[in-house]
Ligand binder design. Sequence first.
Ligand code: GDP
Ligand code: MG
Length: 441
Amino acid sequence: SLSDRLGKIFDGLRGRGALNAADVDAAMREIRRALIEADVSLEVVRAFVEQVRERAVGAEVTRSVTPGQQVVKIVHDELVSVLGSDAVTIDLNAAAPVTLLMVGLQGSGKTTTTAKIAKRLKDRQKKKVLLASLDTRRPAAMEQLRVLGEQVGVDTLPIVTTETPVEIARRAEREGRLGGYDVLILDTAGRTHVDEELMAETAEIKSIARPHEILLVVDALTGQDAINVARSFDQRLDATGIVMTRVDGDGRGGAALSMRAATGKPIKLIGVGEKMDALEDFHPSRIADRILGMGDIVSLVEKAAQNVSAEEAEKMAKKLKKGSFDFEDLRAQLLQMKRMGGMNGLMGLLPGAGQLKKAMAGANVDEKVFDRQIAIINSMTKKERANPDLLNASRRKRIAAGAGVEVSEINKLAKQHRQMADMMKKVSKGGMGSLAGMFGG
Ligand code: GDP
Ligand code: MG
């Protein structure tokens, strides 16, 4: 995958201060190739690579696990920003019946997606939905929508074969209004390619139906063609969103990237199969992961976070060698653990971590406990932090007042610190070799 390849390129760079232009260029070649493989249009690839290069050259590498991972992260973030950072969904914020118009080429998945959306709105949002097929060209198309509607338990407008698409749109609007429907979805006819007749017809339907959403349905598998189609439809009809179908199967997430870049319109939903529930919200970050070949971005973020702790652990290891563990260190620990959202911080890197964790806030970690303990240490003088033995009764009272806690909590923290310091001593005697190995690797 791309992440693997980037990893290889950057393996040799560990520990240099910042990414230089030559390093980044090597990575960019891989990124370019991967994007093209993922079916991203050349024009988008070019612009994208340029953006990433700008962000990557000179970026500090010290804090990341490996420079490769850091570049992957930059690429990932940039992908997400191009794809649109937030998942956008269908907007139903309008007077009922809210009309959705489905447009796109023949075979792109309009009729299937119409029924899928209807099912989703009915099941998840308890909406009363009416479907209408304006595909007068093929009687079978109307029947197809009727059958799908029946399958998902949603009403379809009765078929009248003598009407024009515009007449059907009018009848559908009336029926939607009188029938008390929340949502009306108009499925339109497609063509095998974009032509003026189709555009004119769809534009007329738009002016009559005045849809709240115009959803452009495009087939992800048609790659570059889908982009051109999307562009022409969007220029003429000004779509409000894109639905990408056939995102199931191979990893052609690249089409999404091009689509977004070409039209600037958000991808609202993706079709991931023929079944009626094979419709998903579009998550830019998942598509970015797919393009990069990273199974799971969460793991990357975790690795990055763990790396920060590795740096701090290194400092800690040095202190352990000297045999000191004061309140300053404890505070660093608490902040670290808070940042890591739990017990996976530095403690996780030390042997005997299980016992240490117990000695800390307790098995049931509560953020507020960390905050209170940090507040206590903040209320100590520098001297007290460095010399835990200084904490006599009057000092404890002063600290408690400063931190806004009971003296008993100061006692608890002092006891906890002593236990940890003892534990640290044992750990440092037995395990410095392995610790060093851990921090180096
Ligand atoms: P339309 O001509 O635009 O209305 O396209 P249809 O809705 O009739 O779909 C054409 C074919 O594509 C049908 O066989 C669908 O089952 C299939 N299809 C639609 N969406 C998806 C999808 O997300 N994944 C897969 N694998 N097939 C799909
Ligand atoms: Mg159809």
